[in-house]
Design a protein around this ligand. Structure first.
Ligand code: NAD
Length: 517
């Protein structure tokens, strides 16, 4: 478990992204304001301050809303395929700036450089998807019960979409929302996580340039910055018909209630407690790769990270030994060095939560089988590097029922048939991602059946972590029920209208009602 150092090239990346470290904060498009209190963007990689960003004041927020609501009036009348063309250009800019943006994501958030690049690639992919979608915002037509009448449904844009995002996918989640919302004709106001404000600044600059180059109104893309207080400005604002919020269940419950109180719409993408079921027919090699990557990738800070391994008793020891052996090979250190498997947690609060989870699981009767701990010394100066840990635990433990956002994996046994494993898997309040490792067709189909996994994502012979943009992404139960990205997730960004046109000279009423005058 050695740390290695590497030259970050972060200053160069910032320069390529057009970030000169002054006047960073709120943006109505190409204009920037910095009137609020400052927040620091500190890298968990080495504990260094990268830059300071101003939070959004009430006055700045009003400027943003004026810019966004005015831009919407122009943007909504632009034909959808032309909006798609703008999103195509935005995707091209992302291709051009993939490396510096990937590097900033990695340095500000602490994920590996490969994952930083992967995140930008997801942004590019969703742009491609949205370009095609811009010609496919279909409604249905249906037969009217009245002669000489035509009936159909169409979709119109909603208006200002408010996006609140989490630190762990600092740029992809924004793009999942904006690329679709923009082709749908909406304008977006984004509040990134207060832990990753600089990646937000970088994205806003990229988008603003594309809109300016096309003489489009600024305000199609706006940025606000700060913590929950700034988020609340949007959740309580009637001018924002849709709030798309990604983050913890705790946050989602507050946001959902605030938005519902004004009868707005919310799209919630909240925490997970994802399990892999390992049946007697599982391919052990595939299981180990899926489980270890799922549990320690991004230092366990993915909403889809594997938190629980539910293993059949007949192969429990074999799987346990193989997973533990793989953990002993892990290299923890600077995530910009591709030799390392595990980077830092986002900050020291996250380290505390990780330590508390390990204490709690022992208190509740669990047994640590791979020791955790905080790393110190050269390369670990930020204090955010921890050892991935494994504990044998019961599903009913309080700590196991909670999502600890770090590399803590709980292992448990099941006996009998796959239904017993499913009872454990579904026996948590979250419902994001799930997986079964099996070569048994019956078990796989039972897992996917109506009595099977209750999660938004259910995979066979793939781990829980990560997803392709083509499918709708999201989870059930306290994960919030939202769907983003592919499939027909675009519908949430639009309002549906049913239209009936009478092309006769009579006015027949529906259901044969007579109303003679
Ligand atoms: P967090 O809940 O602390 O913060 C998320 C965002 O919500 C931040 O921008 C924050 O400022 C804002 N916020 C917090 N309270 C608010 C309030 N009362 N009103 C308005 N905004 C508020 O989450 P985090 O620590 O940044 O991210 C980790 C969590 O996000 C984990 O639970 C993870 O599972 C979840 N997550 C879920 C998905 C998904 O798609 N389901 C994706 C990524 C992360």
């Amino acid at each position: 478990m050695q740390a290695t150092t590497t030259s970050f090239g972060i200053e160069e990346a910032l320069e390529q992204l057009g970030i000169n470290k002054t006047n960073l904060g709120t943006s109505t498009g190409s204009e920037w304001f910095s009137n609020g209190e400052e927040i620091s963007s500190v890298s968990p990689v080495d504990g260094q301050l990268i830059a300071k960003v101003s939070t959004t004041s009430k006055e700045d927020y009003e400027k943003v809303m004026a810019s966004a609501t005015s831009a919407f009036k122009d943007w909504r009348v632009k034909p959808a395929p032309q909006r798609g063309e703008i999103v195509r250009q935005f995707g091209e800019e992302l291709r051009r700036l993939k490396e510096p943006l990937g590097k900033l994501v990695s340095y500000e958030m602490g994920k590996s450089y490969q994952e930083g690049l992967g995140e930008v690639q997801e942004m590019i992919d969703i742009c491609d998807f949205a370009v095609g979608l811009s010609r496919q915002l279909h409604g249905l037509t249906m037969h009217s019960e009245r002669p000489g009448h035509r009936m159909y449904e169409q979709y119109h844009p909603l208006g200002v979409v408010g996006i609140i995002s989490a630190f762990n996918f600092p740029v992809a989640v924004w793009a999942w929302n904006t690329a679709l919302a923009w082709v749908c004709g909406d304008v977006c106001v984004w509040k990134p996580s207060e832990k990753t404000p600089l990646t937000g600044v970088a994205c806003q600059k990229i988008a603003a340039k594309v809109f300016a180059d096309n003489d489009l109104p600024e305000g199609i893309s706006c940025l606000i910055n700060g913590d929950y207080k700034v988020g609340e400005m949007m959740t309580n604002d009637k001018r924002v018909p849709l709030i798309s919020a990604t983050g913890s269940i705790r946050m989602g419950k507050i946001v959902a209630q605030a938005v519902a109180a004004r009868l707005g719409k919310s799209l919630l993408e909240l925490g997970g407690n994802n399990a892999i079921i390992v049946t007697p027919d599982a391919d052990i090699k595939m299981t180990v790769i899926g489980a270890v990557f799922g549990a320690v990738g991004t230092a366990g800070q993915r909403c889809t990270s594997t938190r629980r391994l539910i293993i059949h008793e007949s192969i429990y020891d074999k799987v346990k030994d193989a997973v533990v052996a793989a953990y002993n090979q892990l290299r923890i250190g600077n995530p910009l060095d591709e030799n390392n498997h595990v980077g830092p947690l986002i900050d020291k609060d996250a380290v505390k939560n990780y330590q508390n989870a390990l204490e709690k699981v022992v208190e509740e009767g669990g047994k640590i089988i791979v020791e955790g701990g905080v790393l110190e010394g050269e390369g670990y100066e930020s204090g955010c590097y921890v050892k991935p840990a494994i504990a044998e635990a019961e599903n009913s433990y309080e700590i196991v029922q909670h999502e600890t956002f770090g590399p803590v994996l709980y292992m448990m046994k099941y006996s009998g048939n796959v239904e017993n494993a499913l009872e454990l898997q579904n026996g948590v309040v979250q419902g994001l991602s799930s997986a079964i490792m099996t070569n048994n067709l019956r078990e796989a189909e039972r897992f996917l059946s109506v009595q099977g996994s209750d999660c938004g994502i259910a995979n066979v012979n793939i781990g829980t972590s990560g997803a392709e943009i083509g499918g709708a992404f999201g989870g059930e139960k306290e994960t919030g029920g939202g769907r983003e990205s592919g499939s027909d997730a675009w519908k949430i960004y639009m309002r549906r209208q049913t239209n009936t046109i009478n092309y006769t000279t009579e006015l027949p009423l529906a259901q044969g009602i007579k109303f003679d005058l």
